[in-house]
Design a protein around this ligand. Sequence first.
Ligand code: HEM
Length: 201
Amino acid sequence: MKWMQEGFISATPGKTPRNLFGFKDGTANGLHDSASGYDDVVWAGKDEPAWLQGGSYMAYRKIRMLLEMWDRTSLTDQEATFGRFKESGAAFGAKGEFDTVDSSKLPDTSHVLLAKESKQSIHRRAYSYTDGVDPRTGNVDAGLLFISYQKNPEEQFIPMLRLMQNKDKLNEYTMHVASALFACPRGLREGQYIGQNILEG
Ligand code: HEM
């Protein structure tokens, strides 16, 4: 083991977990929750080297979330930041968490609108982290270990980051502190070992 980050996730089994801003995080994963959906979004295909096919690229961003600032913000402003309601997780103009999102109802700078504007999908699996108290300010050093899986980061993930970097209202409350991209080989069958298809390929 060379490197480790510790995170946690708070979820009632079967329900979408909430992040440290109190919002449900992971709702849109339901849009590709099928074998063909995972093939379209997650698993590396025939255009990748043989050792990666069936694996995936994992994008990682350590994103600090300014909790004290967020907690001083009104609920209306918080909800406009995402374009979703805090309690239900429903998008603006909808009732239930998983109801179809109507982009015309979302604020121009909202996180969900910008993610949708890229017309791409990724599979998100984020964990929250806390790293104690910042001794300079007395503020909590906490945030999200953002993790997403996608078969083609250049086509799926990078365009989202580009759209978000200038306009996303969420940027008022976050700071990106680390970034990495990992190539993850596919799962193993009995008798195989991790990396076998690279070392013996
Ligand atoms: C601290 C940082 C972040 C927070 C707190 C956050 C939070 C959220 C929340 C609450 C939602 C709405 C519910 C859902 O569908 O899960 C959402 C959606 C989404 N976020 Fe983030 N997010 C963060 C960073 C990012 C980053 C860096 C990306 C990618 C570059 C991203 C991509 C997405 C996507 C693709 C959606 C789904 C949009 C849709 O199709 O409805 N998020 N995020």
